[in-house]
Design a protein around this ligand. Structure first.
Ligand code: ATP
Ligand code: MG
Length: 372
């Protein structure tokens, strides 16, 4: 697929494009209906609460700058404290008028889907507010923000390899749960997997967020669903862009891009590079299975003593399979989990061996050129 074409398609996920097959009109919240009434909401530990605008204002000190956490395509996100004392993240819908209907749709999908799911690697939706035209989503607060900020964003201390592997495994578990259909009996395609949608707890447990674009895989059409081409530039499955056929493997592709970000510390799309070097996958795909050249891709910010070359080679190989152009050649998420577990244990075994062999003094950050 020509790069320019992907780029044009990909302007932003909330483009002006209209989904003719799924027109959306405003409905009062009490009239919301699930797309398929046969789908029963799964039991959750805590049901979603409904908040008023006043409660949202109180919680966030009237959306003060001090509580501002970040901004995305849907609006701003604020830290808040509920009357119960619970600390939360409040996402406030702020869209220009012509995008409101689309935003409303995403809002409803997010509430519909997330309130049925319960998994340690999915961010919990604690509640929402649909007060007049105001829309808010209330999530559990994730103290360490999003993954991208730790790899190449505002955070100063970069993540070492074992922590990156833990995050990859957590995200893989979250996606596998969605894909398995074990949550509500039907597989769910996330459709917007990316490093800013992987949020991190205080202990760096990864949780997937943002289900506004997610789609249920229709019954009887087990291999694909058709949909508008949406997603985020750089994470986009080229096969989906060409055919419009959405498969679980589109998420696997995007997950592969996240693996490449973890490996290289680079952005999925780097607009500071020349037009041919902006896309991470296109830049690195051909050398991922070349052990020697692949070494040059490893994020130089990582301490050389935090990884073994064997685990890196295995990881690069997994990433290369996830981003294969032909979706049938990509591994299912369950397989990614198994491989990541193996990579993690290979890395820790290698590190332990090195500790025993050379002693701790060689493994201090200052030891520089020590290679395993
Ligand atoms: N539950 C949360 N806890 C803590 N911080 C959060 C939470 N949800 C979002 N954030 C922060 O707010 C930022 C903006 O989130 P948002 O999902 O709106 O945008 P995005 O993921 O960057 O882009 P997009 O709109 O394409 O998903 C995130 O990158 C994250 O740093
Ligand atoms: Mg997001």
């Amino acid at each position: 697929m020509p790069f320019g074409l992907v780029s044009a398609w990909n302007k932003r996920r909330r483009s002006k494009s209209e989904d003719c097959t799924d027109p959306w009109t405003y409905k009062p919240v009490e009239l919301w209906q699930l797309d398929d009434q046969a789908l029963r909401p799964a039991k959750r530990h805590h049901g979603s609460s409904v908040f008023t605008l006043k409660e949202m204002e109180e919680a966030s000190s009237s959306f003060s700058d001090g509580n501002f956490l970040g901004k995305g395509g849907f609006g701003r996100v604020y830290k808040g404290t509920l009357r119960s004392g619970e600390i939360v993240a409040i996402k406030k819908m702020e869209l220009p008028h012509f995008k409101e209907a689309e935003g409303e749709r995403e809002f409803r999908v997010e509430v519909d889907i997330l309130s049925r799911l319960d998994h340690p690697n999915l961010v919990s939706l604690l509640g929402y507010s649909a007060d007049g035209k105001n829309r808010f989503l209330v999530y559990e607060y994730m103290r360490n923000g999003n993954l991208q900020d730790h790899l190449n964003g505002i955070r100063e201390k970069k993540m070492e390899w074992p922590l990156r592997l833990k995050v990859a495994l957590g995200a893989a578990r979250g996606l596998a749960y969605l894909h398995s259909g074990s949550s509500i009996g039907i597989p769910i395609i996330h459709r917007d997997m990316k490093s800013t949608n992987i949020l991190l707890t205080a202990d760096f447990e990864a949780k997937i967020s943002d289900f506004g674009l997610a789609k249920f895989m229709p019954e009887g059409r087990e291999t694909y669903a058709t949909a508008r081409v949406l997603g985020t530039f750089g994470y986009f499955d080229p096969e989906y862009a060409l055919t419009g056929k959405l498969t679980l493997q589109s998420d696997v592709y995007a997950f592969g891009v996240v693996l490449l970000e973890l490996l290289t510390g680079r952005r999925a799309v780097d607009l500071n590079q020349g037009p041919n070097d902006q896309n991470l996958v296109l830049q690195v795909r051909h050398i991922l299975n070349d052990r020697k050249k692949m070494q040059n891709l490893i994020d130089p910010e990582m301490n050389r003593t935090s990884y073994t070359m064997e685990s890196m080679t295995m990881f690069a190989n997994l990433a290369s399979r996830c981003v294969r152009p032909d979706s049938r050649e990509r591994p299912p998420m369950a397989e990614c989990i198994k491989e990541l577990q193996l990579i993690l244990s290979t890395n820790s075994k290698g590190m332990n061996m090195a500790l025993h062999k050379f002693g701790y003094q060689w493994l201090r950050p200052t030891s520089g050129g020590f290679l395993l």
